[in-house]
Design a protein around this ligand. Sequence first.
Ligand code: PLP
Length: 408
Amino acid sequence: MPQPVPSAAPSSNDTLIQKARHHLLQNYKQQPIVLARGQGTRVWDADGREYLDLIGGVATCALGHCHPDVVAAAHAQLDTLWHVSNAFYSQPQIDLAAQLCEWSGLSRAFFCNSGAEANEALLKLARKVMKDRGTPERFEVITFERSFHGRTLATVTATGQPKYHAGFEPLPAGFHHVPYGDLDAVRAAVKPTTAAILVEPVQGEGGVRQAPAGFLKGLRALCDEKGLLLLVDEIQTGMGRTGIPFGFMRDGILPDAISMAKALGNGLPIGAMLCRDDVGASMVPGSHGSTFGGNLVAAAAANAVLKVIRQPGFLDEVNSKGAYFLEKLRGIQSRLPAGRVVEVRGQGLLVGLEMDRDAPQVLGKLREAGVLGNAAGERTVRFAPPFTISREELDQSLAIIERVLTAL
Ligand SMILES: *Cc1c(COP(=O)(O)O)cnc(C)c1O
């Protein structure tokens, strides 16, 4: 097991946090530790304290911190070529597009740097396709209550949570939110101006809420009937997080386009929009772009990530670890005073504990005991451990979680 940071570490948590409070924009609710180093499931703070990191940069470090294959791929690319404009081709990007298309069943890839930017590409695609079909009046997008799609003006408006809108009005036109999982409500919301439906297979930020089985299939049929695009936000659920390559596969459908980001670069910033050939044809040369999109180091890391995740049997392990974690958490729930954990939800290694109190309060106690998670909605504690977490690390985490929740 890796050793903690030696005491030669230059600055402590306290001195660094003081500096942060002076100079950083105060837009985040930050936990009072400075993370300095990571290896696998473990991270160390600036004072050398060790934590089990069960959130991994909010579901980004899916192979754990400093996975050797990803580090090697990024290093090799750093020594070769960092970045070229998208006015030129580059092999890491071409290889990544090929891997992603083969894995997802979609046909074309556009690269960007973040989730919000990938969703922007989905939204622009939907408008452009409708213009090209001769139905420019169709520009509106149906999304869901409690959804999360990002923080740019368009994606925050797509987000079905009023708290993220407050203070930023007037919001861009063209978004309608309906209850998640309610096919009749979606059908009733479709108008002659509707272009697309945008949906998460599991609402991550909204509290780790899984769509009812068959919901995406129902949306696919509705989109086919009404001539709409089905856009699936796989930013959090993609790349195997839910135990299958992409969340939409649970319903055996193919969306018109999907967005991904988080785990794609195992923590290096990269996002992608993938689409079917027919709709992709609308994005003609000059129609869209991104300076850093598909950066070579990030793309090389992503190729290494996919190579690991796509090994035969790898996702079976994610599934069985996820099922084990959920079962043990339900066991803990049953031993606690009734109602303390309202619900244990999850799919694969994306797990939420809905508590009887505000999540940050519970997360602070978990952190003090050596386990890191984050909030998904007001009262849900979210865990998105690395796919590489060992059974031993899961058991250690579970023991700490039980102790903390019992003592609340
Ligand atoms: C994280 C997330 C986003 C936003 O991604 P950023 O990289 O923060 O822009 C969008 N949609 C979903 C489902 C997410 O989980």
